[in-house]
Design a protein around this ligand. Sequence first.
Ligand SMILES: [Zn+2]
Length: 413
Amino acid sequence: MRGEEPVVIEAFKVGALPEGSYDHLLEFLRLYRDALQMIVDRVWSINDKLSKKKLHKLFYNNLVSMGFRAHHAKEIYMYAKSLVDSAKSNGGRKPVLRKLSARVDRYDYKLDLDNMTLTLKLHNGCEARLKLVSSKERVEKFKGWGNYELVVKYDGSGFWVSIYFKRIVKVVKPRTAMSIDLNFDNITIAVFNFNGKLLKLKRFKTPHRKILTHRIWVERIQKRYPRSWRFIKSVKKAIDRHGERIRSISWDYAHKVGDLVAELALKHHSVIVLEDLEKLRENGKKGKRFNKRLGLWFYRRTQFCVEYEAKERNLKVVKINPRGTSSKCPRCGKKLAEYEHRVLRCRKCNFIGDRDAIAVINLYKKFISKYPRCGVPGVAPNAPKPNENPSGMQGKRDDAMKNTPTYINLYKS
Ligand SMILES: [Zn+2]
C-alpha cells in the first residue's frame, strides 16, 4: 500500500498560433538549437563528470552573452548534459540537433488558461505571444494544477507547445475495502470495513449475453462464407455492424460501471480490490466464470474503466491473484461443491453461499492477508507481520467470519 508517487505529471500538448509576427520566435528557436548543439559538443569532449555547479561555471556567462535569460541558460546546459549522458550510456554517437525545439523554464513564460494565451520570454528581452488552440474542456482539467516547464516546437508548418503540469495527489486514506467480482452475468461489489463487517453489497447485470449474441451472429456469417467473407461487401458490412454494436455496448457499459463503482468507493473511502486478470490466465481456469467465446477482453475493459475512474478520484486500487477465490470455502478453505444453481456448499464446515458472494468475501480476505496494515489502523508501518503476531490479527479474521453468515443467509433464501 505504500510507495505510491504522490505527484502526478501530465503534459498538455496543444497547437499555438503566434499573435503577430513570429520572426523573433523562430530566431529564438534557431539560436536555442545552435547553443544547445554548441554545449553538447563541448560536454561531449569533456570526459569528467560535470556537476551542475561546474556546468554553470563553464557555460553560463557564454550563454547569457548570446542574449539568453538566466533560466534559458540553465535549461540549455542541463538539457545538453542529459542528451550527452543518455547518448553515452547507450553507446550512441554524439547527438546532432536538427529540430527546432526549446525547453522553457516556468520563470520564462506566462500562461493564462482563462484567455488561452501564452507569453514566452525570448532572447534579448523579446517576447512572443501565442494563442493556444484547444477546447475549454481540455483545459479545464489543468486549472489548479501547477505548471513548471514547457517545450515549444516548430515543425515546419506550425508551432506546438507541451506544457507540463504537476499535481500533488492526496490519496484518499482508505477506511473500507471494496472487492469486486466480475463474471459472465453480473458484477458483484462488496464493501467491508477493516474488521470484516459487510457494509454494502451490490450487483450489476452485465451486457455479456447481448454481446455474445452479436458474437454468435458474426461467427455464423463467417462460417457460411469461409475465407471469402472479407471480400464480399455486403457480408463484410453485416459483420462490421455487429462489431460496431459490440464495441459500443461494451464501452458504454464499462464507462457507466466504472463511474458508479468509483463513486460508491469514494463515498465509502474504499480501497478497491480487483482480481488480477493476468494471473487468471496463468491459472488457466477461466472457463466457468467467464465465457470462453467472449474472452477476457470484456472483463479487462470493465476493470480498466473502474481503475481509471478510481484514480481520477484519488482512490487506491489493488489487484489480487484470484486463484481459488471462487471455489474455496471462505470459512475453512476447503474446496466447495455445487449445491444449487449458483450456490456452493462446503462439505467440511457446512458453509453455504452464493457463488458471487463467496468470490467477493474471498477476495477481501486475500486482500487483508496481503495488506494487513490496512486492517489495523494506527499501527506503525514496521509493525510485525500478522504471522509474527498471530493473536492480534486472528481476532480481526474471526470477526470477518462472524459477519459473513448473516449476509450469506440473505442469499440462501
Ligand atoms: Zn468450510
